[in-house]
Structure formats: structure tokens, C-alpha cells
Ligand binder design. Structure first.
Ligand code: SAH
Length: 357
């Protein structure tokens, strides 16, 4: 059961090693509590250190001034003593996991989804909760980081389109260095870490440095941005495959011919700059000029916008609309199902359903 307590100005006693309890201490301080730490092995810490009581009476005296007691990785003997006193004093007691104490920390690459906090996974929120340091960029959700990772330091390695605020090699160096210093590191990325997110490179950098690394998948904008605009990337009898491509560099003739030959839905990320070359190239390789195209800009933000056109008209339409990154481009019959498409999608659905029978 989860219980939300208002801990503002409340006295919280944390019992455990200073290093093991560092995250618990940070969390209760962030919640506004006055945090006291009792530890057998004093170390510099953010909480006021209290001397380790030598008798049950000593413990009783100390606990009676507290509102909440937190046991972090306590021995069975301490756990029994404190639990009995907490019952006697009608004191709230909670037990928490010790933070990693090994010399090397851990890196978790976390997919934050396309920007809507509702599309963060439970695993992503858990990883953030345990983080000592979070490296994030702008495409992922970041407004509420302070709530999600109350014990963490934040580093914005923000990448604006076409502009890497922090070069990739430097990001890799930083996450590895933090982990080698014993920290629990979260690298929070937009969408899914392995969909044009350079997640593979960051995993390799960790492996090379001997840093344990894991990956938490996220909801990719390649699927979620079309979906929020009403476009399913597959639809029975209409599209039985979807291809996700990066448009950051111009397409070769061979690639364009392949894309036309596939016949399914094409989803383009980072494709606004190369859209004129892509649409002209697809038409040149035989794609019907009437093939529908949708561009979904800034999906899941207040300024989300969908522009629907066709391969033949998309360059003019996007110039007129003043389309900008970040945007997902969808090419295929499924675009007819978009909320903003001005064609009779119902007829199309009906037709597809009849074919499927
Ligand atoms: N790993 C990410 C993609 C990173 S590449 C993912 O899985 O979603 C960056 C590109 O993703 C942008 O150029 C844009 O094409 C797309 N993108 C990401 N978030 C978006 C959003 N909220 N709205 C529109 N496009 C988005």
C-alpha cells in the first residue's frame, strides 16, 4: 500500500549507514522533513548525525522525539529493537533498501517516451526514484524531474535539433565517470533509447569501461506521435508493415527505390530538413503522387499540430504551414485515418473491413 504523508517540518530519524541511506535522506529532505541520521560509521552527510544510543532507554529517548523512523538495511537485532520501541511509542516505521555501496555504480538508460508523463513506464519512474544523478535531454519529459528523482542531481545535456549542446562522446564520458565514482546514474532519453537515440553507443561506452548498464524501453514517437494524431501505423488489409527511417541525411536512390517497393507505412524521424528530397525521390521512383502524408509536430505538447497532404503537395503544404522539428512524418494509406484528414476515413475502414472478411 502506498500512503502519502505530509512530512513538512516533521522529524524523521534514519537509521543505517550514511552511504547506504544517502538516497533515503535526500528523499525525506526533499519532502521538507527535518532528517536526523543515526549511524555506527559516521561519514559526511546531508543529515544531522546523532550519536548511536548505547541502551534501550537511549533509543527510547531518541525515538520519542521523532515522527517517523526509517530503517535502511538494518541488522535483525536492530530491526527487532526498533520495531518493538516503535510499537510502544506508536511511531510510524518504514524499512527501505540500502543504496548500492560498491565502488562502481550503475547506469540505466531510460526511455522517457514522447513527452507526455502518462507515457512514462513504471520501470522508468522506479529507476529515477533511485537515481543519484540524471542526465537528460529536451525531447523526453523533464518538467517534473525534481519530483520523480528527489535524491538526484540533474545535468541537462539538451540536444536541440541539429545542435548537440553536449557532444555525444562527452555525454558518454560523463555517465561513465559518474558510475565509476559509485553513483547510480540514469540517462533519460526521449522515446525509446534504441530508436535513433544513440543508446547503443552509450551501452558500449559503459561496457568498455566495465560499468554495469541496463536499458528500460520507452514508448517511441515513431508509433505514439502518429497514434495521437489518430493514425495507426498498421491497419488490417491497409498496411501490414511499417518502416521507421531517419531523415537526418538525404536518401540514396537505392534507399528510395526500396522504400517505394515495400508498400507499407513509412515513418520518418528527424526528417523535416530532407522532406523535399524524400518526397521528390519517392515520386521519381514510382510512388503515387496522391499517396497521403501526415506531419505531426510537437506531439503531446499544447502546440501539437498535424498537417495532412500528399506526396505531390507536401512540400508546398509544409512550407505554407511553416513546419518545424521535432516532427514525425507518416507516409501511407493509413494517414487517411488521421483525425485531421479531410477524406472519408470511414469509407476506407469499411472497405478494409470488407477485404478482411
Ligand atoms: N528515441 C526517440 C527518437 C529520437 S530522434 C523516440 O523513440 O521517439 C528525434 C526525433 O524524434 C525528432 O526529430 C522527431 O522526429 C521525433 N520526435 C520525438 N519526440 C517527438 C514529439 N514529441 N513530437 C514529434 N516528433 C518527435
Amino acid at each position: 500500500m502506498d500512503l502519502t504523508l505530509d512530512l513538512t517540518h516533521r522529524s524523521v530519524l534514519v537509521i543505517g549507514g550514511a552511504h547506504a541511506a544517502r538516497r533515503s535522506i535526500a528523499r525525506y529532505r526533499a519532502a521538507g522533513a527535518a532528517v536526523h541520521l543515526v549511524t555506527e560509521s559516521p561519514a559526511p552527510s546531508a543529515a544531522k548525525a546523532v550519536e548511536w544510543p548505547r541502551s534501550a532507554d537511549g533509543w527510547r529517548g531518541l525515538l520519542s522525539t521523532m515522527d517517523l523512523v526509517v530503517l535502511v538495511g538494518a541488522t535483525p537485532a536492530i530491526d527487532t529493537t526498533i520495531a518493538a520501541l516503535a510499537t510502544e511509542l506508536r511511531l510510524w516505521l518504514t524499512r527501505e533498501r540500502a543504496a548500492a555501496t560498491g565502488p562502481v555504480g550503475h547506469v540505466t538508460l531510460v526511455g522517457g517516451g514522447p513527452g507526455d508523463e502518462g507515457l512514462m513506464t513504471v520501470a522508468a519512474l522506479r529507476a529515477l526514484r533511485d537515481a543519484d544523478i540524471v542526465y537528460f535531454d529536451r525531447l523526453g519529459p523533464h518538467d517534473r524531474l525534481a519530483d520523480w528523482a528527489p535524491g538526484a542531481e540533474f545535468v541537462d545535456v539538451g540536444k536541440l535539433p541539429g545542435h548537440h549542446a553536449v557532444p555525444q562522446a562527452e555525454i558518454e564520458r560523463m555517465i561513465v565517470a559518474s558510475a565509476l565514482a559509485g553513483q547510480t546514474v540514469v540517462r533519460l532519453k526521449g522515446g525509446d533509447p534504441f530508436v535513433f537515440g544513440r543508446g547503443g553507443e552509450e551501452v558500449l561506452a559503459c561496457r568498455v569501461a566495465g560499468v554495469p548498464v541496463s536499458v528500460i524501453s520507452g514508448v517511441s514517437s515513431a508509433i505514439a506521435a502518429p497514434a495521437i494524431a489518430g493514425i495507426p501505423v498498421t491497419h488490417r488489409e491497409l498496411s501490414r508493415m511499417f518502416t521507421v527511417v531517419s531523415g537526418h541525411a538525404p536518401f540514396t536512390d537505392e534507399q528510395l527505390a526500396h522504400l517505394v517497393g515495400l508498400g507499407g507505412t513509412i515513418v520518418v524521424l528527424m526528417g523535416i530538413g530532407t522532406l523535399p528530397q524524400l518526397s521528390a525521390g519517392l515520386a521519381r521512383h514510382g510512388m503515387d503522387a496522391a499517396m497521403p502524408v501526415a506531419i505531426i509536430e510537437r506531439a503531446f505538447t499544447d502546440s501539437q499540430r498535424t498537417t495532412v497532404a500528399s506526396i505531390g503537395t507536401v512540400v508546398d503544404s509544409s512550407a505554407q504551414a511553416g513546419i518545424r522539428s521535432p516532427a514525425v512524418i507518416v507516409i501511407g494509406e493509413v494517414v487517411r485515418l488521421a483525425h485531421d484528414a479531410d477524406v472519408a476515413a470511414v469509407e476506407l475502414l469499411d472497405h478494409a473491413a470488407r477485404l478482411a472478411r
